[in-house]
Design a protein around this ligand. Structure first.
Ligand code: SER
Length: 603
């Protein structure tokens, strides 16, 4: 076992996979672009979905990286030994290249070989898929583990709920996985028989075998191109290498916790530990969201709402720890110092991060005491706290509904079955957007959703090109967001776009659609792409191969795709709205719809 820091572990992982022929790709943004199915990047595979669906990746069939991830669904578990909402995931992928044998072999070698992590084989267990009506028991994966020396008693077979990965309940690529667990206590020998329910066994790595496509009828069809998607939890493995039993003790978390301890002026006890951990995790998440290139700020919708929840929850837990002065910026400063080496955007956007934290902290502090007073009055009174009360707390005191629920739990109050419904009804009465809409889930299935979003993605390229032609070449993309219904495009331009110009842009895009231009993808270096006049938003590394998409001679852009094959597939393009979003930045919302019906005059 090697006592590595998390950065050293990261480098070692990438070196290992580089030696095994993998191209190292950068971490994508925390905020997925052009993907309406999730609010945040939840795994390294997320930005790679187009490639897992069959589009060739310009860097080849073997890829690896470290990816910053946020999993809001783990929020209630933060405070235990191993869960955080923000974490770094190390991943390696095979796009139709190696499969189970090699993937498991590499995981095993990296974990146990003396040349690499040199972990104790006596403390390793694995799970495999047990099989059901959709797919057989994964004897193949288990057999590979056994050949590598993992005893039968250390292999557990579990159902889909545990050992299956893919967009749950919808269509798209998916398959069984095999998960690796490590025995964390240093002073108790690992039991001979693996019990996956025993929390002392901690999951550290997951190898997913994407070998099926779930079709619209809900059947699992074997895929011709079989992919591997793996994810290793950087903080968890660092914890093991450093001989710790909780992740908040590793070197990249410790200074954050210590800062909170010094601000609170009190030591960590059984009773207050959870608050320290919640602040440490949520401040790290908030710092990374604010520090991302997308410029997300606290708000009441989408990513901005999650960010607001994180910050406000920190402020309340700070209050519980007796912290009176503003503290978010101090904690965020430490987070930035720890991670700026790997994520330079944190340093670059430091001012924005700190200013937004200050603003949100102060905004909430103004209403926090009154809100707590209001809550206590209801909670101590005779009647139950209702969803309607929660809405009042949200509306007048800025309490995210989850915070009210947390307060209720702390007081041991029941949350009634109709609580959420009452809140949502009240919310919808007051606002156009439902909170539920911010917790987006796969609804119509990955494949269907992809179809619609692919069209809008190609339309976005046409719009970008048309804007440059109409408003001038200095117009550049500042952000893009696509949902199943519409595209949203932010671009640099410092004046209002006139209705005449908008009409011109719209006509130009529709003309490009009417011409049924073929969309082609070429691979070239970033320099070649620029020399050919392609719009390249992101400066890649010198000599790096990129994909360039062209629609006839109308648009040419460096982009990871995917796109439709012909502009004729798009239907009619219509601009819904043009507005300002920030100084020098305009926003357009637009849709593509089937061609408007021909209207005939009746005589
Ligand atoms: N996508 C899989 C996971 O998140 C492997 O990375 O566990």
């Amino acid at each position: 076992m090697k006592p590595l820091t998390s950065r050293q572990l990261k480098q070692l992982y990438l070196r290992f996979f580089k030696e095994k022929g993998h191209a190292i790709i950068p971490s994508a943004s925390l905020v997925p672009e052009n993907d309406p199915t999730v609010l945040f990047t939840t795994a390294g595979m997320h930005p790679l979905v187009p490639f897992l669906l069959g589009q060739p990746h310009p860097l080849g069939r073997r890829l690896a990286n470290a990816q910053k991830c946020i999993r809001t669904q783990d929020i209630d578990e933060v405070g235990d030994e191993t869960h955080t909402t923000f974490f770094e995931m190390m991943g390696n992928w095979s796009l139709g290249d190696y499969f189970k044998d090699e993937a498991i072999g590499m995981s095993h070698e990296f974990l146990l070989s003396k040349d690499w992590l040199d972990l104790d084989p006596e403390r390793l267990s694995v799970t495999c898929f047990v099989g059901d009506g959709d797919a057989p028991k994964d004897e193949e994966a288990a057999g590979i583990w056994m050949k590598l020396g993992v005893p039968k008693e250390r292999i557990a077979f579990l159902p889909k709920k545990d050992n299956w990965w893919g967009p749950a309940g919808s269509t798209g690529p998916c398959g069984p996985d095999t998960e690796m667990f490590y025995w964390t206590p240093n002073d108790i020998p690992a039991p001979k028989v693996f019990d996956p329910k025993d929390k002392r066994w901690v999951e550290i790595w997951n190898d997913v075998f994407l070998q099926y496509n779930k079709n619209k009828e809900g059947r699992y069809e074997p895929l011709r191109m079989r992919n591997v998607d793996t994810g290793l939890g950087l903080e968890r493995v660092t914890m093991i290498l450093q001989g710790k039993t909780n992740i908040f003790d590793i070197e990249s978390f410790k200074p954050v916790i210590e800062k909170i301890v010094s601000l609170s002026g009190q030591g960590i006890t059984e009773g207050n530990r959870r608050s320290f951990r919640i602040i440490a995790d949520h401040m790290r998440a908030a710092t990374f969201i604010l520090g991302d290139e997308k410029g997300i700020a606290p708000s009441n919708v989408d990513q901005g709402y999650i960010l607001r929840r994180y910050i406000r929850r920190c402020v309340r837990h700070g209050r519980l720890l007796g912290i009176e002065e503003d503290f978010c910026r101090d904690v965020a400063g430490i987070v930035i110092d720890i991670h700026k080496g790997d994520y330079p955007e944190l340093e670059k956007n430091k001012q924005f991060v700190l200013t937004e934290l200050d603003k949100e902290e102060n905004r909430f502090k103004e209403t926090l005491d009154a809100g707590i007073g209001f809550f206590n009055k209801i909670a101590d009174g005779k009647r139950a706290v209702s969803g309607k009360d929660a809405f009042l707390l949200f509306q007048s005191h800025g309490f995210p509904v989850e915070m009210t629920k947390e307060l209720m739990q702390e007081k041991g109050l029941q949350i009634s079955a109709s609580f959420d419904k009452e809140f949502d009804e009240e919310f919808q009465r007051h606002q156009e957007l439902s909170r539920l809409a911010t917790e987006k889930k796969f609804k119509s299935g990955l494949a269907d959703t992809q179809m619609e979003t692919i069209k809008l993605h190609t339309a976005t390229h046409l719009l970008h090109a048309a804007l440059k032609k109409v408003l001038g070449p200095d117009v550049n993309q500042k952000g893009s967001n696509i949902t199943v219904e519409r595209l949203r495009f932010d671009f640099s331009y410092d004046k209002k776009v006139t209705p005449e110009q908008l009409k011109q842009v719209e006509d130009m895009v529709n003309e490009a659609i009417r011409k049924k231009m073929t969309v082609i993808r070429e691979e070239m270096t970033i320099e070649e792409a620029k020399a050919e006049g392609a719009t390249a938003l992101f400066a890649g590394k010198y000599g790096e191969k990129v994909s360039v998409y062209s629609a006839g001679d109308f648009s040419k852009e460096v982009c990871t795709g995917p796109h439709v094959g012909n502009t004729g597939e798009l239907g009619h393009f219509r601009i819904l709205k043009e507005e300002s979003v920030a100084a020098g930045i305009r926003r357009i919302k637009a849709i593509v719809a089937p061609e408007p019906e021909q209207k005939y005059m009746s005589h």
